[in-house]
Design a protein around this ligand. Structure first.
Ligand code: SF4
Ligand code: MG
Length: 276
């Protein structure tokens, strides 16, 4: 008997490449479950990714999918959305892919408010290439390229997207699987650029170097440090130290780019017709 979500998977591509205990499977399932619960038209849903462990997810998903080049998923997705605004375009990316080489694409997509749903599988590390530090690696954490501890300050991705003009910004974690699904549903329903920072665990390259030896240790860390967005608002700077907010952090609807562009196009065509 087929499992309830099996129709959304390319079963022939399994087993997946992820390590035992990796959080990426939980986040992939949350995306598929959100799509299922919203009843999205699978013929009008496109999933685009860049490069990295997270970006292998669309390969297992039974939609029109595009596995692109490093950091460029949002650029490809922008082209798809501009060419056919009817499509629901989902971008799956990682913290290295989105915030380092792809950082420019991320901030400009947020600024433009183009209708993409970007889900960042954020595990604080470059997993696929064996654990180099990323722009999300916390100060003092260890990585293959930071054997004495990370000396740089990390981005807060939600704050970065918000600062770039993002109108929908949310965060959840692999520990909060049901909450994550709901947040992704809100992002998918949003008419504009929607960004979800989905914290994931990489036990292979982040956990074992940072005294979080098992996947459960990493999930429990997420449980113990996450605070609901409503509680976060009431906390003092001292109380916020070492914690992070989850939930919808920004929801300020603004006109979506392809709709504005469509109106300009119609106007230009009308004027061209009048002058012909
Ligand atoms: Fe997951 Fe890390 Fe393994 Fe990549 S290296 S599949 S991120 S656990
Ligand atoms: Mg990563």
């Amino acid at each position: 008997m087929a499992l309830p979500l099996e129709k959304y998977l390319r079963v022939g591509k399994l087993p997946h490449i992820w390590c035992p205990g990796c959080g990426h499977g939980i986040i992939t399932q949350a995306i598929i479950r959100a799509i299922d619960e919203l009843g999205l038209d699978t013929q009008k849903t496109v999933v685009v990714s860049g490069i990295g462990c997270s970006s292998r997810a669309p390969g297992y998903m039974n939609f029109d999918t595009l596995h692109t080049t490093h950091g460029r998923a949002i650029a490809f997705a922008t082209g798809i959305k501009m060419a056919n605004p009817e499509l629901k375009v989902i971008v799956i990316t990682g913290d290295g892919d989105a915030a380092a080489i792809g950082g420019n694409h991320l901030i400009h997509a947020a600024r433009r408010n183009i209708g993409l749903t970007v889900i960042c599988f954020n595990n604080n590390i470059y997993g696929m290439t064996s654990g180099q530090y990323s722009p999300l690696t916390p100060t003092g954490s260890y990585a293959s390229t930071a054997p004495y501890g990370m000396v740089e300050r990390p981005f807060d991705l939600c704050e970065l997207v918000k600062g770039a003009g993002g109108t929908f910004v949310a965060r959840s974690t692999a520990y909060h699987a049901r909450h994550l699904t709901n947040v992704i549903k809100d992002a998918l329903k949003y008419d504009g650029f929607a960004f979800v920072d989905a914290l994931s665990q990489c036990p292979t390259y982040f956990g074992r170097r940072n005294r979080l030896r098992t996947p459960m240790d990493m999930l429990n860390w997420m449980r113990d440090h996450a605070v609901s967005a409503s509680s976060w608002e009431k906390m003092s700077p001292e109380e916020r130290e070492g914690k992070f907010p989850i939930g919808v952090l920004v929801n300020q609807p603004s006109r979506e780019l392809t709709k504005v562009y469509g109106e300009i196009l119609a106007q230009a065509r009308k004027e061209a017709g009048a002058n012909a």
